[in-house]
Design a binder for this molecule. Structure first.
Ligand code: NAD
Length: 266
């Protein structure tokens, strides 16, 4: 059994029916946390996610169906789960198109899910965390919160916004709690390429340029910007999130931590 340092704690992970969010939910569960998962998906996908988190070791697993484009749904979710110690904002969407071709409604939905939803979950969770002297917010931003790429205007805007907003929250709550209680911290994790359904359309577009070979598509995508030449796994990202939830990480706040194989060092 892994270190149960989160026994007695509870966590809410947005966008945890898939990808990075699901891996973080499993990692928190394995450390003993009760977990609330959230996200879209078929009934089967949701049951599968719940089963995985439960098997990972969560004492309780709940599911909240809130669609994060809906502020009142977020408010209900946060009222129902007001006691959470850990908030992971992982829900996110991507759509690539040149500036002039970007549909206006894509701008609205990407900003709503990737940025505004995190504002609403944080504004509702942080005061309770401060009152208890312990709280952790980890926002899954991106290298695109640190540098730009073409054809990703709303995504890059949302992630730069998320990094900046997290720093404001980190400052406002920096003095809450104590070294012993663990304090209240707010950080961003900024992954480069992580193999999840989110980037599948980009892999497929590259594969098409290489006679349909998915493997070549992945290689091509990574070669362009990620010097390590390899993608991260979702478990790699989850391991960093888990560390940020430790009491010992009480003085790590306001950081935007790249996990990008050297992408943003160039
Ligand atoms: P994913 O597609 O596997 O998961 C996205 C999750 O968000 C799913 O659970 C989905 O249901 C949920 N979601 C989408 N719209 C929602 C809505 N309206 N309401 C509630 N939930 C919604 O993608 P992922 O790669 O795991 O992405 C997770 C986060 O990581 C995102 O914020 C993404 O921007 C970020 N990220 C991913 C990569 C990568 O290479 N995969 C790189 C950097 C950052």
């Amino acid at each position: 059994m892994s270190d149960q340092f989160l026994a007695g704690r509870s966590a809410l992970v947005t966008g945890s029916t898939s990808g990075i969010g699901l891996a973080v939910a499993e990692a928190l569960a394995a450390a003993g946390a009760s977990v609330v998962i959230n996200g879209l998906g078929s009934a089967e996908q949701i049951e599968q996610a719940k089963a995985q988190v439960s098997q990972a070791g969560a004492p309780t697993v709940a599911f909240c169906a809130a669609d994060l484009r809906d502020v009142s749904a977020i408010e209900s979710m946060m009222t129902e789960h007001a006691g959470i110690d850990i908030l992971i904002n992982s829900a996110g969407v991507q759509f690539t198109a040149a500036f002039a071709d970007m549909p206006a409604e894509r701008w609205d939905s990407i900003i709503a899910i990737n940025l505004s939803a995190a504002f609403h979950t944080m504004r509702l969770a942080l005061p309770n965390m401060a009152e208890r002297g312990f709280g952790r917010v980890v926002n899954i931003a991106s290298v695109h919160g640190l540098v730009a790429s073409v054809q990703k205007a709303p995504y890059v805007a949302s992630k730069f916004g998320l990094v900046g907003m997290s720093k404001v929250a980190a400052l406002e709550y920096a003095a809450a709690g104590s070294r012993e209680s663990g304090g209240v911290t707010v950080n961003c994790v900024c992954p480069g390429w992580v193999e999840t359904p989110l980037i599948e359309p980009q892999i497929q577009a590259r594969a098409a340029q290489h006679g349909g070979s998915r493997e070549e598509g992945v290689r091509d995508l990574v070669r362009e910007k990620q010097p390590s030449q390899r993608m991260s796994s979702t478990a790699d990202i989850a391991a960093l999130c888990l560390f940020l939830c430790r009491r010992e990480a009480h003085n790590m706040t306001g950081a935007a931590l790249p996990v990008d194989g050297g992408w943003t060092s160039q």
